[in-house]
Design a binder for this molecule. Structure first.
Ligand SMILES: Cc1cc2nc3c(=O)[nH]c(=O)nc-3n(C[C@H](O)[C@H](O)[C@H](O)COP(=O)(O)OP(=O)(O)OC[C@H]3O[C@@H](n4cnc5c(N)ncnc54)[C@H](O)[C@@H]3O)c2cc1C
Length: 447
């Protein structure tokens, strides 16, 4: 049942909402300011009905943008703090790249050293090939000239990690209310524009503070909060892009090759790190050798017992439907419109075979069950994490976010007055001030 009042209301039971709830309950208790009974999480669906419940679960530090890297290093510490409850596999992560990305990845490696994030960088075509073959004797990818091997990170099992977080939050007294949809907000009158109450499908709930972690549904909550659909971005002194759409949707393409996941192990029998390959080598079809692309392409993959096969994805593509018209529901694989495209299976399986001989001739094992889902991206494709309307923290992660389990911890601390330097580069006013993040040469909008 919906209470009439709660001090803290968190909208969304995905990774950010649940992590914030758990950490807020802990912080309140530790500071003797209250406890989990002051916190309620409401979700229009169930635990993990959003992007967190279908995420591939990859956790990495590999970002060209220093602020992203520092934030991710903090999140990896949170994953590392309780791998069992978070269903986290700390197998590491590898960025395998063509020459066009060499310099970018080198700078990532150099800066990882500065923040003590353990990684190894292999440079040159011969050395990269030898390094990969020492790990996988069937390695055969072409045009690879660098490998960044992050010793930390890896992947977690999406639904299990959410259940783990929910269990921890509930144990501290947090209420998680599912099947409760937020429909609107009521604001203070007069000089304050703070939120006073939330209108939901089960009635009204008064609150002191709101946290929004609604993944791709941010388009709708943003509108309910009367925030701007179009913004201005400073690109140089006295130079602006005006009327830029605040939100855009991209389709994430992922799938599963239904083969025994134990067929993908290192030569020494150990679980492999999550592998991400970005290549400029021509990619040909495993069916007939016809060219799939001569442009840069990228894939990622891992053996995954929960997906029962080799799970991974490729570059996303922009959804062309105007943002306001995109049907977010039904979400994910249930969507009739937004699932991995028919061409994805051939591209991804051909790329897997380009990288490893063991994946040749396996296209027929591709699992045709619909997969993938959409993400809602900001204008620069990096998160907006900030306070709006005086008492509302929004975590709009621009689809970077399953790995960002630590953001909820930082938000909990901010709510209680401890400002985070790690979150500062993600403030909304960076657009107007021109404090933008650097852009990499990756074919992915999130690297
Ligand atoms: C196919 C795919 C693969 C991905 N893979 C990775 C990956 O490997 N690694 C990674 O780091 N990130 C990945 N991501 C991105 C990541 O999943 C998201 O950035 C992250 O999960 C967003 O978390 P969230 O808590 O903000 O939102 P979500 O997990 O989307 O949860 C939002 C919740 O809000 C609820 N909600 C929405 N509107 C309302 C409302 N009006 N009232 C009440 N409740 C509401 C929804 O029901 C939902 O449960 C992937 C995304 C997709 C789509």
């Amino acid at each position: 049942m919906l209470p009439g009042q709660s001090k803290y209301v968190i909208i969304g039971a995905g990774i950010h909402g649940l992590s914030t709830a758990y950490h807020l309950a802990m912080e309140l208790q530790a500071r003797k300011l209250g406890d989990g009974s002051d916190v309620i999480v409401i979700d229009k669906g169930k635990l993990g009905s959003g992007a967190s419940g279908i995420a591939c679960g990859v956790i990495r530090n590999n970002y060209y943008q220093p602020a992203m890297r520092e934030l991710m290093a903090h999140s990896v510490e949170v994953w590392d703090s309780d791998p069992e409850t978070y269903a986290y596999n700390p197998v590491g992560y590898m960025q395998v790249s063509h020459e066009g990305m060499h310099e970018d990845v080198n700078s990532i490696y150099e800066q990882q050293k500065n923040i003590n994030y353990a990684s190894e960088f292999i440079e040159g075509a011969k050395a990269s090939d030898a390094f990969m073959k020492a790990m996988f004797d069937d390695w055969q990818a072409k045009n690879i000239t660098s490998v960044l091997h992050e010793k930390k990170g890896g992947y977690a099992h999406n639904q299990l990690s959410l259940e783990g977080l929910a269990k921890k939050a509930s144990a501290l007294g947090v209420t998680i209310l599912t099947d409760t949809k937020v429909l609107g907000f009521q604001y203070q009158n007069g000089t304050s524009s703070a939120i006073q109450a939330i209108e939901t499908s089960l009635g009204k709930i008064k609150c002191d503070y709101v946290v929004v972690g609604v993944g791709p549904w941010i388009r709708d909550i943003w509108q309910m909060l009367d925030l701007p659909e179009k913004i201005s971005i400073k690109i140089a002194d006295n130079e602006y892009h005006h009327d830029v759409n605040m939100w855009a949707f991209w389709q994430l393409q992922e799938g599963v090759l239904s083969i025994d996941p134990t067929l993908f192990r290192q030569n020494n029998g150990q679980l492999p790190p999550v592998i991400h390959v970005d290549s400029d080598a021509p990619l040909d079809s495993v069916i007939d050798g016809q060219s799939i692309t001569n442009e840069n392409w990228g894939i990622y993959y891992k053996p995954d017992i929960h997906f029962d096969g080799i799970q991974g994805g490729a570059m996303p593509y922009a959804v062309e439907t105007p943002t306001a018209d995109v049907a977010i529901d039904p979400y994910g694989p249930a969507s009739p419109e937004f699932i991995s495209s028919p061409g994805f299976a051939l591209m991804w399986c051909s790329a897997l075979a380009h990288c490893h001989k063991r994946f040749e001739g396996q296209l027929a094992a591709y699992d045709e069950t619909p997969s993938g889902g959409i993400g809602c991206f900001t204008p620069d494709c990096f998160p907006v994490i900030d306070v709006f309307r005086e008492n509302c923290h929004i975590i709009a992660d621009s689809n970077h976010g399953y790995k960002m389990i630590g953001v909820g911890k930082l938000i909990a601390q901010e709510i209680l007055g401890q400002k985070s330097e790690l979150l500062k580069p993600f403030q909304f006013d960076r657009y107007l001030k021109g404090n933008l993040h650097p852009i990499s040469n990756s074919p992915f909008p999130w690297s």
